[in-house]
Design a binder for this molecule. Structure first.
Ligand SMILES: NC(=O)c1ccc[n+]([C@@H]2O[C@H](COP(=O)([O-])OP(=O)(O)OC[C@H]3O[C@@H](n4cnc5c(N)ncnc54)[C@H](OP(=O)(O)O)[C@@H]3O)[C@@H](O)[C@H]2O)c1
Length: 430
């Protein structure tokens, strides 16, 4: 690579514009650390005249990012548009084919097309770096690829979405319901104002889990059907009852190799307030890896926002400027295999079940009898009557049971005039 390195930034939204400013103010520091002078020669976004957080040079602005490849000589390209396909994929593919290093925070693109793009990068002997795609500013991918490189990792899990962690924490702290706290999150910029769905329904955390699995277990990105649940159905009642039981609701992403089979999931979990993960609150993310011989490693930090995300993007930049060509997923693409999926039906947990019922004699025994039919044994019952409305809430904590058993048993509760709603289920995490 020459002493002067030409850079393009595609996408000038929350992340791209912050990165643009960081690169401008950190030029000298980057030169001291790498011996390379960086020069931003092209930027692109949809709207040329949009008012942005930092002023841009319109002389280097392109409305169509694909034109840049024929007009400029680019060494490193940042893709910050964020689509899973379309123009994001086209820009990254074109860059790699033109032997341009690519850095991106785009987890949706990586989780969907990561294998093909990694193979393209390898073929063209350039880097495809994506540290910022998982857990914002936490250097978890480098930790797995480099710091833990010789360990056999068998599990990686954690809190991978700051928006949902903020909402769950704030519901507990403020005693306010989901909708109110979501509005607060949107005002504070923690949740997208228009469409926060991909954070709330677990999809965002799931894309990160797929990337983490591939890196941790040296596998291809899985396409397995998995249990993916978000936090949209978590009620303030559940958070309050959980709190009385010494538990907290956390949206966990879990990836594990069980008997040589890959198990990946994202769903709300009840965790003890005494555990480490139970005390990662607000917008914080935390990732825990378990490997041999290293044991357990924990990384915690801010999982989103322009500052933490730019920190990871710049760390990828420095790694490329220092001349470190690497396989995107740690090993050659040809050595990465698919591994058999774990049968989700056999996933086993204790359960928290909340029933809204008519306050009538015999309802509790009706519930426990139906659970007994599926050999689901009861560990604890908490009954809260609402005399005025002739209703009651019954919460049952069960002993461990399999996913298939729980699902089959719960179908028995679909229709009953004394059970007012389909029960809420939250799995307990060990
Ligand atoms: N926001 C975070 O905290 C965060 C954290 C970690 C990772 N990420 C990832 O970072 C990426 C970017 O996120 P963001 O929050 O910055 O998104 P964003 O604010 O929606 O920005 C998207 C940018 O892409 C531009 N764009 C859209 N279509 C384009 C096209 N056809 N050609 C050129 N530019 C186009 C938009 O242009 P206009 O501005 O002109 O509309 C905008 O500047 C995503 O992959 C996201 O998952 C974000």
């Amino acid at each position: 690579m020459n002493k002067i390195v030409n850079i393009a930034i595609i996408g000038l939204g929350q992340i791209g514009i912050y990165l643009y400013n960081e690169l401008n103010i950190k030029k000298k520091d980057i030169e001291i650390k790498t011996g390379k002078k960086i020069k931003i020669v092209a930027i692109s976004a949809k709207n040329r005249n949009k008012k942005r957080r930092f002023p841009i040079s319109k002389k280097i602005f392109y409305r169509n990012p694909l034109q840049i490849f024929s007009k400029e000589k680019i060494d490193i390209l940042f893709e910050c548009i964020g689509l899973p396909d379309g123009i994001s994929k086209k820009v990254v593919e074109t860059a790699l084919k033109n032997k341009i290093h690519v850095i991106t925070p785009n987890k949706a693109l990586l989780a969907k097309h990561g294998d093909v793009l990694a193979s393209l990068a390898e073929k063209n002997k350039v880097n495809l770096e994506f540290e910022a795609s998982v857990a914002g500013g936490i250097p978890i991918l480098k930790t797995i690829k480099e710091g833990l490189a010789t360990n056999k990792i068998n599990k990686v899990y954690g809190i991978l979405n700051g928006t949902t962690n903020y909402i769950l924490s704030e519901m507990e702290n403020s005693n306010e319901n989901f909708d109110k706290v979501l509005q607060k999150a949107q005002k504070l910029g923690y949740a997208e104002p228009g469409n926060p769905k991909l954070d709330l329904n677990g999809f965002d955390a799931f894309a990160k889990i797929r990337i983490l699995s591939a890196l941790s277990f040296n596998t291809k990105i899985s396409k397995n059907k998995c249990i993916m649940e978000g936090i949209e159905n978590i009620k303030l009642t559940d958070i309050k009852i959980a709190s009385q039981l010494g538990l907290r609701v956390k949206l966990l992403g879990i990836s594990e190799v069980i008997n040589g089979q890959l198990f990946e999931t994202v769903h709300p979990c009840l965790v003890s307030k005494k555990t480490y993960i139970g005390n990662v609150n607000g917008v914080m993310n935390a990732v825990i890896t378990e490997g041999k011989p290293v044991g357990q490693s924990v990384l915690q930090g801010e999982g989103a926002g322009p500052g933490p995300t730019s920190s990871s993007l710049l760390s990828d930049l420095l790694s490329i400027l220092r001349g470190n060509i690497k396989y995107p997923f740690g090993i050659s693409n040809s050595k990465r295999k698919f591994i058999k999926p774990f049968n989700n039906n056999n996933y086993t947990n204790s359960l928290y079940l909340r029933f809204d019922v008519r306050d009538k004699q015999g309802v509790l025994s009706l519930i426990t009898n139906r659970l007994a039919k599926y050999k689901i044994s009861v560990k604890r019952i908490i009954q809260t009557p609402d005399k005025k409305n002739k209703k009651a809430t019954i919460v049952i904590i069960t002993h461990k049971t399999t996913e298939i058993n729980a699902r089959n048993c719960l179908t028995l509760f679909k229709k009953n005039r004394n059970i007012l709603k389909f029960p809420t289920l939250i799995r307990l995490y060990n």
